[in-house]
Write a protein that binds this ligand. Structure first.
Ligand SMILES: NC(=O)c1ccc[n+]([C@@H]2O[C@H](COP(=O)([O-])OP(=O)(O)OC[C@H]3O[C@@H](n4cnc5c(N)ncnc54)[C@H](O)[C@@H]3O)[C@@H](O)[C@H]2O)c1
Length: 250
């Protein structure tokens, strides 16, 4: 399938996990991909994995929680490719802590990376997406659909990403820009495997976080990003799609 032939796609979080698999998937379907992350080494690895004769991939180191850096990144993408067809906001961080242990600094950091970045990049990219009748896929989480113990700050940012996406979907529907959110449950990536679980937490409260099925692979989430970004999803906008093995179904 070459659903993204002649399409330019900006992807954050592209140095690892779901962002990397999304870059590989979209490039394999013909997209030119602009790969953005704070991690230069990981970006270089993703670039190598996307390297194909028929597509162009380039990397850009950027802290997505910084508005000016986001502006420069979108400008660089437009300078290089001349257009923008899709924005994938995938960069994110997580922390598992007692609510009362979260410092103001940690709260500001997770707000910046998980939520402000999405706000900034949607805003900066929107004029370009209006020109191409493009679309946005924002990576939320099952934790953005239901409450979750010990991830209150993460949950709060992801719930906000869901409603930001829905609000933009309505506001830009008349200009044919689609905006969707994806809400994965447990996915096998470094983010999930590196979570430090405090020893004194009530483990049965964590039970709700566990999917009924085995954790998803990042390529399975990337497949959903590709579907939502493609013309096959022309009538899907304002959705918050769970990919969570029925974790949030009941
Ligand atoms: N893994 C899961 O179980 C899971 C579940 C639901 C949602 N998600 C979401 O999926 C997204 C991707 O997560 P992942 O699991 O692939 O994690 P990951 O840690 O493998 O990848 C996250 C990427 O974001 C980048 N990043 C972090 N801070 C950044 C910053 N300030 N500027 C630019 N880039 C930055 C990291 O360098 C990394 O490459 C996140 O938004 C996460 O919240 C993950």
């Amino acid at each position: 399938m070459q659903r993204f032939h002649n399409k330019v796609i900006f992807i954050t979080g592209a140095a690892s996990g779901i962002g990397r698999e999304t870059a590989i998937r979209l490039a394999s379907e013909g997209a030119s991909v602009f790969l953005c992350d704070i991690d230069e080494v990981g970006l270089a690895e993703t670039l190598q994995a996307c390297d194909r004769k028929d597509t162009v991939a380039s990397v850009y180191q950027c802290d997505v929680s910084n508005f000016d850096e986001c502006t420069r990144a979108i400008d660089a993408c437009i300078t290089q490719f001349g257009q923008l067809d899709m924005l994938c906001n995938i960069a994110g961080i997580a922390q598992l802590q007692h609510f009362t242990d979260i410092t103001a600094q940690q709260w500001q950091k997770i707000l910046g990376v998980n939520l402000s970045s999405v706000f900034y990049l949607c805003q900066i990219a929107m004029p370009h997406l209006i020109k191409t009748k493009g679309n946005i896929v924002n990576m939320a989480s099952s934790a953005g659909l239901v409450g979750q113990a010990y991830t209150s700050s993460y949950s709060a940012t992801k719930a906000a990403v869901v409603n930001l996406s829905k609000s933009l979907a309505i506001e830009y529907s008349s200009q044919a820009v689609r905006v969707n959110a994806l809400c994965p449950g447990n996915v096998k990536t470094p983010l999930a495997s590196k979570l430090n679980i405090p020893e004194d937490i009530d483990k049965h409260l964590l039970g709700r976080m566990l999917p009924l099925l085995e954790a998803a692979q990042p390529c399975e989430v990337a497949a959903a990003v590709a579907y939502l970004g493609s013309e096959e999803a022309r009538f899907i906008t304002g959705a918050a799609l769970p990919i969570d093995g029925a974790q949030t179904a009941g």
